[in-house]
Design a protein around this ligand. Structure first.
Ligand code: SAH
Ligand code: SF4
Length: 413
């Protein structure tokens, strides 16, 4: 497996994108130490074959055994080797002696009145006895899809000023197994394996977004390996068109994501001017807006049917003026784009407020009239997601906005 702390970004430090003076990033503090008996969840086929090699499975059998394991793990959702009835008893015992099929431990599960489900997962720390780390994973059901929002890191090395994750000191990259493990947990908890009996197109988890904790392009290899497992047509089989990776703008890894993962891309833009984006998304000092958009223009496979989603968090009096909306439209000219307006989700101690609903409407109307779909990302699971209470008055007014968003989506998607 790749070193979870190694990314192309750290490898290229001092390369074409040296960090400007005064740019502060937190270094990952924690390192993953694999358990004595490792889980097979999240391994690629090659890594599975290598694991079988270590326990003496003959080379001639390995490909077939990998195929069996893949099916039991990712189509049937097996959580123990004893379920694998097509595998000989001897091999099952041997596998059980050396490996597990463990997923991250679920420490809390919450279900919202709108069906949104959130799982708090516990991951091991670096040393025995050390406080474990926690990440969350959220499932959002909609009439035509079910979206699972995955975390890529515990905390985040970046420090976006409006983001609660950015304030957390502790950072650890998740392994590919821990990222795939989130999908396994969701399918386990939703009873979303083939024993639903109706084939894969009716699976509840139909889409994945890398929009939970962490910056996925700062944990590139693990995220790539996990998403390739998720997209494998003989396993979890979520098409790359239904997988979206959200980045705050790690420019050198955007092209890599296109070439090595091939999933859909979302970019957290949030501002149309560098001076403001420097404050909201400090990574902008390293990769300013013009470079970021240049990277987006070259994203492989871009077309009107495969657009980049630009995320824009609505911050009252900060980035939400009509002039900002007009500048946004101008800035994205020529890029096949969707714009996703996100009502700011306040958290204790933040200096920002969510824009007034009228202002979001105005902003959205300008973008809509310029020919973009501008759906406001409907805040979901408010009753279970932290720190949402303060937006309650905005929620009440949401339905008019939702109708507009639906109209926009119907016209352009
Ligand atoms: N690190 C990646 C992905 C995780 S954050 C990124 O930044 O893109 C997913 C999205 O949520 C990003 O667009 C991020 O800017 C946004 N976000 C973070 N904190 C938020 C908050 N308090 N309210 C609304 N959106 C927020
Ligand atoms: Fe939060 Fe994403 Fe910024 Fe990290 S990169 S601090 S997760 S918004």
């Amino acid at each position: 497996m790749t070193d979870p702390l190694h990314t192309a970004e750290t490898a290229s430090a001092g390369g074409p994108y040296p960090a400007p003076a005064g740019f502060v990033e937190k270094a990952p503090l924690e390192r993953y130490v694999p358990p004595q008996k490792p889980s097979l969840v999240g391994l690629s086929r090659e890594e599975l074959a290598a694991a079988l090699d270590t326990i003496g499975v003959p080379a001639a059998q390995r490909k077939m055994r990998v195929q069996q394991l893949w099916h039991w793990l990712y189509v049937r959702g097996a959580s123990g080797f004893d379920e694998m009835t097509s595998v000989s008893k001897e091999l099952r015992a041997l596998l059980d002696a050396h490996f597990t099929l463990a997923r991250p431990q679920v420490v809390a599960e919450q279900t919202s009145v709108d069906g949104t489900r959130k799982w708090l997962l516990r991951l091991p720390g670096e040393r025995a006895g050390e406080a474990p780390h926690e990440v969350e994973c959220v499932y959002i059901p909609e009439p035509d899809r079910g979206t699972l929002c995955l975390s890529s890191q515990v905390g985040c090395t970046l420090t976006c000023s409006f983001c609660h994750t950015g304030t957390q000191r502790l950072v650890r990259n998740l392994t590919a197994g821990e990222i795939v493990g989130q999908i396994m947990v969701a399918r386990d908890r939703l009873a979303d394996w083939t024993d639903r009996g109706k084939g894969r197109d009716v699976r509840l988890v139909s889409n994945i977004v890398m929009m939970g904790m962490g910056e996925p392009l700062y944990n590139f290899e693990a995220v790539r390996d996990a998403l390739l497992v998720a997209a494998d047509g003989e396993g979890i089989a979520i098409s790359k068109r239904r997988i979206t990776l959200s980045t705050s703008g790690v420019v050198p890894n955007i092209a890599r994501a296109g070439a090595e993962i091939g999933c859909m891309l979302a970019v957290s833009l949030h501002a149309v001017r560098d001076d403001l984006r420097d404050k909201l998304v400090p990574l902008n000092r390293k990769y300013p807006i013009a470079e970021l958009l240049e990277g987006c223009r070259h994203y492989p496979g871009l077309s009107n049917a495969r657009r980049i989603t630009f995320e824009y968090v609505m911050l009252k009096g900060v980035n939400d003026s009509a002039a900002d909306a007009k500048a946004l439209v101008k800035l994205l000219k020529g890029i096949p784009a969707k714009i996703n307006l996100i009502p700011f989700n306040p958290w204790p101690g933040t200096r920002y407020e969510c824009s007034d609903w009228e202002q979001i409407e105005k902003f959205s109307e300008i973008i809509f009239n310029a020919g973009y779909a501008s759906p406001v990302r409907t805040p979901r699971g408010r009753d279970i997601l932290a720190a949402c209470g303060q937006l309650k008055s905005a929620t009440e007014k949401l339905s008019a906005r939702e109708r507009l968003a639906l109209r926009a989506m119907a016209m352009t998607d």
